[in-house]
Design a binder for this molecule. Structure first.
Ligand code: THU
Length: 130
């Protein structure tokens, strides 16, 4: 079982960002998920010439975790090449709602202002569910 600080999870997200495949937007994003059972999965954005087939870094990381059998996410770190706070898009927030409970933590980083933490229900209140 891995125990990681928020800064270490951000560092993992930055490592993953180096693999960003983003020839169209030229905007690199990285993410790292800490599952409730202590595993880390990372992801980057992967673009496609058919733009709608692009996947965000957050969903890459989440889907890697889920496809390995880890469906409960404790924390998610997100970074981008701006090295400023980079907030997840709406589609990723909806995907997060599937695997993160209201107390799940989103960690963002800004080189100038440091780390910021949000609870999941702060960034997607009243989300859709069946
Ligand atoms: N992107 C992400 O990876 N995560 C987000 O939350 C927002 C956007 C990616 C998608 C696309 O490859 C690039 O950033 C520009 O939109």
């Amino acid at each position: 079982m891995i125990s990681l600080t928020n800064q270490q999870l951000i560092n993992k997200a930055y490592e993953a960002m180096n693999n960003s495949y983003s020839p169209y937007s030229k905007f690199k994003v990285g993410a790292a998920v800490l599952t409730s059972d202590g595993q880390v999965y990372t992801g980057c954005n992967i673009e496609n010439v058919s733009y709608g087939a692009t996947i965000c870094a957050e969903r890459t990381a989440i889907f890697k975790a889920v496809s390995e059998g880890h469906t409960k996410i404790q924390k998610l770190a997100i970074v981008s090449m701006t090295r400023k706070y980079t907030y997840p898009c709406g589609m990723c927030r909806q995907v997060m709602s599937e695997f993160m409970d209201e107390e799940g933590i989103i960690i963002l980083s800004d080189d100038e202002y440091g780390l910021k933490e949000y609870r999941f229900n702060e960034i997607l209140p009243y989300c859709f569910s069946l």
